[in-house]
Design a protein around this ligand. Structure first.
Ligand code: HEC
Ligand code: HEC
Ligand code: HEC
Length: 293
């Protein structure tokens, strides 16, 4: 009996030892996934409008990268005093940034910077190269997760902050609601054509066309200078051709199919490829953490 208990205990202890590295690895993976999906640390808000006058954090990043790149430039020019001055400026800016966002404190470890200082003191090019490379990877490891998200959060306006007027009902509607109405009418054209409901095809075309043409009035909600690309004369020409194909007796089914496809590709799809990532990220952050089940 005692022997069995002992074997069990030894077995359990061995299992426990096997599990420890796996648990550690899973915990690290979990922390990384959380960082990738959770909204950015809220204290970053202090360094961007509307809380700050301008994109302060971005400007501070440039003040970090300029002396860092300066070190490399000066070393190539064999300007050692210049490289040393750039190193001191870089180190000071690095330490300043390490406390700006408390949640990111550990992302600015001081060890690699001190190693670069030592390497520069030694004058050994290989040591300097590897110390700079290590810092470069440190910068990149934060950028790969956080830079695009910061751009989406602070540099992209929010589509949902815009208020649009529906040209048919004159209601004030959100961007999303406008998209849904355009998409419903757009899809209904093909659907009703397939069912031979010609009057519905024409009503839906009118609803689609009015709403789609009025969409271009809303680009100025974000763009200071005119933008036409996805709602250009070319695309509006396709919408007008679609109108002719729908009005024909009988409606020109082949042309309608081709034009629906072309409008979908040239306007809806291409505009979505540019504008949707930031809009989707913003709505995800609003819903977070309710989306975790
Ligand atoms: C300004 C460029 C732009 C154009 C042109 C555009 N869209 Fe959109 N659309 C967006 C953006 C941005 C979103 C995401 C924000 C939202 O859901 O309101 C969106 C969202 C949508 C959605 C909701 C998708 C979802 O998963 O919730 C549908 C449906 C849609 N668009 C259909 C269309 C159709 C159909 C067309 C072409 C006839 C079109 N859109 C043209 C920018 C555009
Ligand atoms: C803790 C995270 C973090 C670390 C570490 C970090 N950065 Fe950044 N960096 C950011 C974020 C976030 C942005 C995006 C800011 C924005 O676009 O508003 C950024 C943007 C930048 C930009 C602007 C790029 C552009 O063209 O828009 C430069 C340059 C830059 N960082 C340099 C560096 C250098 C050099 C280092 C390392 C010595 C570094 N960063 C370390 C978070 C970090
Ligand atoms: C909610 C804000 C918003 C709205 C509304 C919006 N855009 Fe944009 N769009 C942006 C941002 C931000 C960029 C990134 C580059 C920039 O700022 O110009 C961009 C980029 C673009 C680009 C590529 C780069 C450039 O600047 O030309 C085009 C083309 C464009 N948008 C067209 C349109 C058109 C056409 C509409 C209306 C149908 C529209 N956008 C509506 C925010 C918006």
């Amino acid at each position: 009996m005692k022997k069995v208990a002992l074997i069990l205990l030894v077995g359990l202890a061995a299992c426990g030892q096997d599990l420890k590295p796996r648990v550690d690895k899973l915990e690290k993976e979990n922390a990384l996934l959380k960082e990738m999906t959770a909204p950015l640390p809220s204290s970053l808000d202090n360094y961007f409008p509307p809380k700050a006058q301008g994109p302060v954090y971005l400007m501070e990043m440039f003040s970090l990268s300029n002396p860092f790149e300066g070190i490399g430039i000066d070393l190539q020019e064999k300007d050692l005093p210049g490289a040393k001055a750039n190193f001191d400026a870089f180190r000071a800016q690095y330490l300043k940034m390490s406390v700006m966002v408390p949640e990111w404190k550990e992302k600015f470890p001081v060890g690699p910077v001190d190693s670069l200082g030592l390497a520069m003191g030694s004058g050994n090019p290989a040591m300097i190269g590897s110390a700079m490379g290590r810092i470069g990877r440190l910068c990149a490891s934060c950028h790969v997760i956080n830079q695009i998200r910061a751009q989406q959060k602070y540099s992209w306006p929010d589509f949902e902050a815009l208020s649009l007027t529906d040209p048919i009902t004159n209601q004030n509607i959100s961007w999303h609601e406008s998209m849904m109405r355009i998409a419903n009418a757009f899809t209904a054209i093909g659907n009703d054509l397939g069912q031979g409901q010609i009057e519905n095809v024409r009503t839906n075309f009118k609803s689609f066309s009015d709403r789609f043409i009025s969409l271009s009035a809303n680009c100025s909600g974000c763009h200071d200078t005119p933008r036409s690309y996805f709602v250009s004369q070319n695309v509006q020409g396709m919408v007008s051709d679609l109108g002719k194909a729908v009005a024909a007796t009988p409606p020109d089914g082949k042309a309608i199919g081709q034009l629906l496809g072309a409008i979908g590709n040239e306007s809806c799809m291409k505009c979505h490829l540019v504008h949707m990532p930031s809009a989707t990220a913003k709505s995800f952050w609003k819903a977070y953490p309710g989306m975790i089940r």
